[in-house]
Design a protein around this ligand. Structure first.
Ligand SMILES: [Ca+2]
Ligand SMILES: [Ca+2]
Ligand SMILES: [Ca+2]
Ligand SMILES: [Ca+2]
Length: 237
């Protein structure tokens, strides 16, 4: 294959074949799970940057006495730690927003909380996660630096739903609303979400930067690039 041909395919794939988005219902096929429950998250499948995740924490008013959507969790890959963000705050990214008074969380795949945030420094409801070195506000409890190429679970909950250990201790305290919080040193292992009936509900758009899907689309150029073929050619061009 010539270099020109490869470039052509790359443009076609990034421009038309794949939107840089993920939707809980359209792409995920239904409600995203509440990690770390078994099968408790959606793998995101696609090519190139993942720029928005859309969905909802839903109350299901037709069955108001039964509530079963408190948390939506997605697996993503961080590609640029310094530039990474995940936010529901339109002041941070105009594509972000929705009606949910959100909390955002990053976990490692083992279920350890990496960081959490209730409110962005520029919004009293919406949330912002970044690498701790890039956060435009106070940072507490030493969230670890993000690792490029590593998969994380990005979870969104409605205010004021928190992950807790078996004794009910919050895994991250979020003691100051607009700060970025690392793991609570007094908490044990993830046991459950607090899941109060009155936790906030609504739709959300999480805008992302410095991230890609957890899984390349089968047969995609990204899968080929993973094998070293395309990236090597394109760097030389
Ligand atoms: Ca949902
Ligand atoms: Ca859910
Ligand atoms: Ca909030
Ligand atoms: Ca709480």
């Amino acid at each position: 294959m010539t270099r020109a041909l490869i470039a052509c395919f790359a443009i076609a794939a990034s421009g038309t074949a794949y939107a840089q988005t993920w939707d809980e219902q359209i792409d995920g096929g239904g409600d995203a799970g509440d990690f770390p429950a078994p099968a408790g998250f959606q793998d995101t499948v696609g090519v190139g940057p993942l720029t928005t995740i859309t969905g909802g924490i839903d109350f299901f008013p037709e069955i108001a006495q039964i509530r079963f959507d408190w948390v939506d969790a997605y697996c993503i890959t961080v590609t640029d730690a310094e530039e990474f963000y995940a936010t529901t705050d339109p002041h941070q990214d105009p594509n972000a927003g929705g009606f949910l008074d959100s909390r955002l969380w990053l976990f490692d795949l083992q279920g350890n909380v990496v960081m959490g945030n209730n409110d962005s420094p520029t919004n009293i409801f919406k949330s912002l996660l970044t690498d701790p070195g890039s956060y435009p506000g106070d940072v507490f409890d030493n969230p670890p630096s993000l690792v490029e190429g590593q998969q994380y679970i990005l979870a969104i909950s409605g205010f004021d739903n928190d992950p807790e250990d078996a004794a009910g201790e919050n895994l991250a305290t979020l003691g100051l609303s607009n700060a970025l919080w690392g793991p609570n040193p007094d908490a044990g292992a993830f046991d459950h979400w607090e899941n109060s009936f009155l936790d906030a509900v609504g739709s959300y758009t999480i805008a992302l930067n410095g991230a890609t899907y957890s899984t390349p689309a089968p047969g995609s150029l990204a899968a080929l690039a993973g094998a070293g073929l395309i990236m090597t050619r394109r760097r030389r061009a």
